[in-house]
Design a protein around this ligand. Sequence first.
Ligand code: COA
Length: 104
Amino acid sequence: MGGAYWVAELDGAIAASALWTYHQLGPSFQDREGHVGLVCGVAVHPSARGNGLARLLLAKLDEEMRAAGLTHAFLEVVSSNAAAVGLYQSLGYQGFDLAMLKPL
Ligand SMILES: CC(C)(COP(=O)(O)OP(=O)(O)OC[C@H]1O[C@@H](n2cnc3c(N)ncnc32)[C@H](O)[C@@H]1OP(=O)(O)O)[C@@H](O)C(=O)NCCC(=O)NCCS
């Protein structure tokens, strides 16, 4: 098992964060070869956005996940979050499977 939680500092204060950990995907991934990392906690302080911090942290996560022997990175994002969707797509993430929800 493993993973890492990275932060980026600007002027001595934490301005961005991202983490990865090992992840067990369900049956929709079972027919593929490989091991999956879960990426979450991606956030950049509003005053620091648009400067490439998220791209920098996610590149670091990719590097570590590859070094750990993982073959895929997985994350969840709501489709209305245009900044995050744009970020992830620019880094090679694509839509995968179907999420479902109902009120109880
Ligand atoms: C999503 C978020 C992490 C992006 O952080 P950021 O440091 O501003 O992103 P970067 O500067 O590294 O941008 C990298 C790429 O992301 C995409 N991107 C960033 N902001 C975007 C926006 N507002 N709209 C569309 N694409 C955007 C672009 O492709 C950008 O590359 P470019 O600058 O060459 O065009 C930041 O907006 C944030 O913290 N949002 C609130 C928390 C959140 O929603 N986290 C994701 C949860 S799944």
